[in-house]
Design a protein around this ligand. Structure first.
Ligand SMILES: NC(=O)c1ccc[n+]([C@@H]2O[C@H](COP(=O)([O-])OP(=O)(O)OC[C@H]3O[C@@H](n4cnc5c(N)ncnc54)[C@H](OP(=O)(O)O)[C@@H]3O)[C@@H](O)[C@H]2O)c1
Length: 240
């Protein structure tokens, strides 16, 4: 097998950036995407990486992304669908756009990007697909009907696709983070934070590294017999 090549969506900060740092330190060639230009080589202090400006919701940008990868002769054999957004609102006040944007960014985007690369994995008879879901998709969360639905959808997507491609030596799994310290969760006030911590048996938020290490394991041959799973990384917040 050629050098391990990983494609990570949503690489410009938070969990995606930490996954990129983790993979580059384990000798992967890292391709990262986010909507705007981003100096991934500076962030990773490496030339073994490439950033592609790509809005994962925009299907008309996909072909250009693929052409860039072909030019660099870098087609990924590991895909991490990490990009995601929230537009939180109680359901009665939730606008159509809040629903559409979250479903598009968190669920339809995963369809778009996976469709782009899976044919190469099928041809190579090798691939690892890791979808970053959320504990909200497992246990629900008031104010996050759109987000929970998108992340629960990822679970079904993962299990069905895992069944379709298992015989081709491709695994498909989900990681369901709990509360992780990133820009997505930095808006809580002290009372909200206290409330959240009370629900977490370990009584603390997680770090992006906690997610990155599991992604690295799921991408490795040590995880070859794991597919169709959703694995929580949440300090015990959700136990099924
Ligand atoms: N933080 C948590 O507690 C937590 C918990 C559960 C699940 N998660 C999930 O973990 C993933 C990463 O979350 P995070 O906390 O790291 O979020 P974050 O800090 O807000 O970063 C989100 C990343 O996604 C990118 N992105 C958003 N929409 C995009 C689009 N349409 N096209 C391309 N890139 C897009 C952003 O890049 P640009 O804005 O530069 O395009 C950014 O790099 C998400 O799927 C999130 O739902 C997070």
């Amino acid at each position: 097998m050629d050098k391990k090549i990983v494609f990570i969506t949503g690489v410009s900060r938070g969990i995606g950036l930490e996954i990129a740092k983790c993979f580059i330190s384990y000798d992967y060639y890292v391709i990262g995407s986010s909507r705007s230009d981003y100096k991934l080589d500076e962030a990773l202090d490496s030339d073994q990486c490439l950033h592609i400006a790509l809005d994962t919701t925009k299907r008309d940008q996909l072909n250009d992304c693929l052409e860039q990868l072909k030019t660099h002769e870098k087609i990924p054999n590991v895909l991490i669908n990490n990009a995601g957004i929230t537009k939180d609102q109680l359901f009665l006040r939730m606008k159509d756009n809040d629903w559409d944007e979250v479903i598009n960014a968190n669920l339809t985007s995963v369809f778009n990007i996976t469709k782009l690369f899976i044919k190469f994995m099928v041809k190579d008879r090798y691939g690892k697909i890791i979808n970053i879901s959320s504990v909200a998709g497992l246990m629900g969360n008031a104010g996050q009907v759109n987000y929970s639905a998108s992340k629960a959808g990822l679970g079904g997507f993962t299990r069905s696709l895992a069944k379709e491609v298992a015989a081709r030596n491709i695994t498909v799994n989900c990681i369901a983070p709990g509360f992780i310290k990133t820009d997505m969760t930095n808006h809580f006030n002290n009372d909200e934070l206290d409330n959240i911590l009370k629900q977490i048996p370990q009584n603390k938020m997680g770090n992006p590294k906690d997610i990155a290490h599991l992604a690295l394991f799921l991408a490795s041959s040590n995880a070859d017999y794991i597919t169709g799973q959703t694995i929580s990384v949440d300090g015990g917040l959700y136990m099924s």
